[in-house]
Write a protein that binds this ligand. Structure first.
Ligand SMILES: NC(=O)c1ccc[n+]([C@@H]2O[C@H](COP(=O)([O-])OP(=O)(O)OC[C@H]3O[C@@H](n4cnc5c(N)ncnc54)[C@H](OP(=O)(O)O)[C@@H]3O)[C@@H](O)[C@H]2O)c1
Length: 323
């Protein structure tokens, strides 16, 4: 069968499509026939082996795991011994972040515990856009505490992989949403329901005098003190971390600044791929409250092109790979 693989860390040209052995599920494993997969910025990080600290887990000099791809939706083809609750033919989806990656392939063999059942009314190409980035958006907003209707939510970096989910989930909860991103994404963000859109190349949202009840920071471009300026009394700031230095700053300094200013600032404990989270996401997708933004679709052979588009910031939504 065909799979996208890489033998070393590096930019997109390390990727190639290879003929690999048909997976044979061991105890507790299941083989999924991939219907659709999608790319996330975390896939780009995985390719490049960044941040360097992550290489302690993925291989210091060379990647220990040659397979690529987090988000997957498809059908169970075969299950190994000791697998209960899953049968061939079941529709499933997953974020393979901590289950070996490998979504960019015709089939992938993973621990059965990584797979969640996918309801019939969510098509595979819709489901495949959401497990990683949709869950990050949902968990980030949830960590801010219950959203009350009418609360003002700022989504900073709203036009990437995570942001469109965050904008729509916040709107579905009744929030008034300000989305910040590059001006070229303004129309898209308004279409998704953002009440106000600011262009980060023209305005620094932390210096506009606006105050927000919740800030979900995906772009991760300003300090904790800068974001403190735009929090309303009792406001909550949550970072979806992109850089180790910023993660440390927000995790260590955030609670101190929050305690001194009557706000709550920090990052959140990320649990990838929990079945209850995916069920909640599926309900939002099925109801239409959240609709995926798909920029382009590619076959496995064009995976390099898709990665290039994501890594250079050219994508306007998720990039789907259908084997
Ligand atoms: N626990 C955690 O926190 C956790 C867990 C897993 C993954 N992650 C990381 O979380 C990140 C998720 O982000 P993503 O996938 O949505 O990234 P993304 O696709 O790169 O989106 C980031 C957006 O921010 C915009 N942007 C750039 N500079 C900005 C600025 N100064 N102000 C406002 N917006 C700006 C970018 O637009 P332009 O560049 O076009 O201007 C882009 O649209 C990934 O890096 C992933 O690795 C975090």
């Amino acid at each position: 069968m065909r799979a996208v693989v890489r033998d070393r860390y590096g930019p997109v040209d390390v990727l190639r499509v290879a003929d690999v052995e048909q997976p044979d599920p061991g105890p507790g494993e299941a083989v999924v026939r991939v219907a659709a997969a999608s790319l996330n910025m975390a896939d780009v990080d995985h390719l490049l082996g960044r941040p360097w600290l992550a290489r302690l887990a993925t291989g210091l000099v060379r990647p220990a795991n040659h397979r690529v791809g987090l988000d997957v939706a498809g059908t169970v083809e075969e299950v190994g011994p000791d697998v209960t609750g899953l049968r061939p033919g079941d529709r499933v989806w997953a974020d393979l972040f901590d289950s070996g990656h490998g979504a960019l392939a015709e089939r992938v063999c993973v621990p059965a515990s990584a797979l969640s059942p996918l309801r019939d009314d969510v098509p595979f190409d819709v489901a495949a856009t959401a497990p990683h980035s949709g869950s990050l958006a949902m968990l980030g907003l949830r960590a801010a505490g219950p959203l009350r209707a009418g609360e003002r939510v700022l989504v900073n970096g709203a036009g990437g992989c995570v942001g469109p989910f965050a904008v729509q989930i916040a709107k579905a909860r009744g929030a008034v949403v300000t989305a910040v991103d590059h001006g070229g994404k303004a129309d898209l963000l308004r279409e998704l329901g953002a009440d106000e859109v600011l262009d980060h190349t023209r305005q620094d949202v932390t210096r506009t005098g606006r105050r927000f009840d919740v800030v979900l920071d995906i772009a991760d471009t300003r300090s904790v003190l800068a974001f403190q300026r735009c929090l309303a009394p009792g406001g909550r700031y949550l970072l979806i971390a992109r850089r180790i230095g910023s993660l440390a700053e927000k995790a260590l300094l955030g609670p101190v600044v929050g305690a001194l200013t009557g706000t709550r600032m920090g990052t959140f404990a990320w649990r990838p791929n929990q079945r209850t989270d995916l069920d909640e996401l599926a309900a939002l997708l099925a109801s239409g409250a959240v609709r995926p933004v798909v920029d382009r679709r590619y076959g496995l052979d064009a995976t390099q092109v898709a990665f290039e588009r994501l890594a250079t910031g050219s994508a306007r939504g998720k990039l789907l790979i259908t084997p």
